[in-house]
Write a protein that binds this ligand. Structure first.
Ligand SMILES: *[C@@H]1O[C@H](CO)[C@@H](O)[C@H](O)[C@H]1NC(C)=O
Ligand SMILES: *[C@@H]1O[C@H](CO)[C@@H](O)[C@H](O)[C@H]1NC(C)=O
Length: 336
């Protein structure tokens, strides 16, 4: 049975009558509501989708301005990731006939903004953001913790992807902790990432897959540090400085989760998105944004106190935050 649109239920239940309703008239009300839903979904899908999330443009559509604004205002110190994501997402969503789903592989140290950028992408495509019925998040250690269940996980994951893309071709799947995912599991979704017209009648070419991983983080940090030592500006680091070294680095790392798969081999990943380690000034921006998001005034004392509490590396120079901006929110809690 379809869900009764909340607005219809509200209308029915909030009439003065409902207070004194007897079970039988309640039954009728529910019957009417059910009939109404049927009528709405069948005859007036437009009206139905006004109240209930549908796989339609009013719920699922790229807001390019919003995406740009959020990337500029909420993500700090990631000029490469910003550019790559903006270009890839805009290009893909404005292409009426993509040849394959969009696959982004996000790499970098913890707390540098991989989850944040996924959230920003989701919020600017789906009205309901990460809570949308069409956005699915999987965390390796949470959803697929037991190696002995690999076979079961594979089947389940395939079924979920098939089921959800059937419901909404513009579905988004976020895989967190790819470096902790069993090698065999990602093989299970490989066919869905490939250049197929359809698989068993289901078209996967409009879906979006985002893979998050710490793999490559050390290599990215080395390169950033090298730039810093040479006195170059961080903003001068370009994708090509990282890309070749990164894919080799990720590839050679048995723990990266990509190891056994031919995702990279077969060019199924559209974009490598590197996240640079964050500096003191970026941590301060994160604290400022956190205060703003909670409706507090900017307080320079709090901002500096929180930023000072974070630990920085390398040992002598103390340039980059160990945990990026990851623990900023909990540290801010303490001061408020
Ligand atoms: C797109 O995003 C901008 C900036 O966040 C916002 O002002 C605007 O209302 C959004 N447009 C739609 C259609 O949601
Ligand atoms: C969609 O994916 C979710 C997991 O995110 C799963 O629980 C659900 O059963 C899937 N829906 C279908 C129709 O397969």
């Amino acid at each position: 049975m379809k869900m009764v649109p909340r607005a219809v239920l509200f209308l029915l239940l909030s009439t003065p009558l409902s207070a004194a309703m007897e079970p039988i008239s309640m039954g009728i009300a529910v019957g009417v509501a059910t009939a109404l839903t049927g009528l709405l979904t069948g005859t007036f899908p437009k009206l139905y989708c006004k109240f209930q999330e549908c796989c339609e443009a009013q719920w699922v559509e790229l807001n390019l301005t919003g995406l740009k604004t959020d990337l500029d205002n909420k993500l700090f110190g990631q000029h490469i990731a910003k550019q790559v994501v903006l270009k890839a997402v805009n290009g893909f969503l404005t292409n009426p006939n993509p040849k394959k789903p969009l696959t982004l592989s996000l790499h970098g140290w913890t707390g540098t903004g991989k989850n944040l950028i996924s959230k920003i992408i989701a919020e600017n495509i789906y009205k309901n953001g990460l809570k949308s019925n069409y956005v699915h998040q999987f965390v390796s250690t949470l959803h697929f913790p037991h190696p002995e269940y690999l076979h079961h996980y594979k089947e389940q994951l395939q079924e979920w992807i098939r089921g959800n893309v059937t419901l909404c071709p513009r579905s988004m799947f976020i895989f967190d902790e790819m470096d902790k995912m069993q090698a065999g599991l990602i093989d299970a979704i490989k066919p869905y990432l490939d250049y197929y017209e359809n698989i068993g009648g289901v078209v996967y070419r409009n879906a979006i897959f985002i893979f998050l991983s710490n793999a490559g983080g050390e290599r990215i940090t080395e390169i950033a540090l090298d730039f810093w030592h040479k006195g170059n500006k961080r903003e001068d680091i370009q994708l090509k400085d990282l890309e070749s070294k990164l894919s080799v680095g990720v590839f050679n790392n048995k723990k990266s989760g990509f190891w056994h798969t031919s995702l990279i081999d077969k060019n199924l990943i559209d974009c490598f998105v590197p996240f640079l380690p964050l500096e003191y000034k970026h941590v301060k921006l994160c604290v400022r944004e956190e205060l703003k998001a909670r409706g507090y005034q900017e307080d320079e004392d709090i901002i500096i106190s929180v930023a000072d509490e974070m630990t920085y590396f390398p040992e002598n120079e103390k340039i980059y935050s160990h945990k990026g901006c990851k623990t900023v929110a909990t540290k801010v809690d303490f001061y408020l």
